[in-house]
Design a protein around this ligand. Structure first.
Ligand SMILES: [Zn+2]
Length: 179
């Protein structure tokens, strides 16, 4: 939770405890937490950075209070869009082009890799069979939160894809003259 929101929650709890000279009940604390989450959601909806992540994780309380779903290095790259994607590397001068390493039919970014690149049709259709609809950036996280299996499959796929992309990146680097 952002420190300013956490801190105002602690402030409210402290003030109330002092005013009523008693500890807050579990329900009262829960209400304060809900107020904080609502504040956080508002910030989340209007933040300028992290729009990709916002598109995936639209419902912040559902994400934060999820009962399953470990993230790791690779799933985090999927969720943030920051990883070995050529478009991302190129932006920071770490690559000499943006075309997809596998199909070269579009810019290689997180959305292309997971939602349209032919390279991952098998992984994508495995997920789509589980969720019974086309997977999109707007629905995938909600499906991951509803199903442990979908979560696990996405996590597995993210690891495969991001490791392959990393390998591609290394190969290109080795082929570039002077590096
Ligand atoms: Zn592609």
């Amino acid at each position: 939770m952002p420190p300013d929101i956490m801190s105002s929650e602690l402030g409210r709890v402290y003030q109330k405890t002092k005013a009523e000279s008693r500890r807050l009940t579990a329900d009262e604390r829960k209400r304060e937490r809900q107020t904080s989450l609502a504040e956080w959601q508002k910030k989340w909806d209007t933040a300028e950075k992290g729009r990709w992540t916002h598109r995936l994780i639209t419902n912040l309380p559902a994400w934060i209070e999820r009962e399953h779903g470990e993230t790791d290095f690779y799933l985090t790259q999927f969720l943030s869009g920051h990883g070995c994607f050529r478009e991302y590397l190129y932006r920071f001068g770490h690559d000499d082009g943006t075309g997809c390493s596998f199909c070269n039919s579009a810019a290689e970014n997180v959305e292309h890799i997971f939602f349209s690149c032919l390279r991952y049709e098998v992984e994508r259709s495995t997920i789509e069979q589980l969720i019974n609809e086309r997977m999109t950036p707007d629905n995938i996280v909600s499906h991951m939160l509803q199903s442990r299996l979908v979560w696990a499959k996405m996590k597995e796929w993210a690891a495969i894809a991001l490791q392959e992309l990393r390998l591609k990146e290394r190969q290109r680097r080795n082929e570039r003259p002077g590096e």
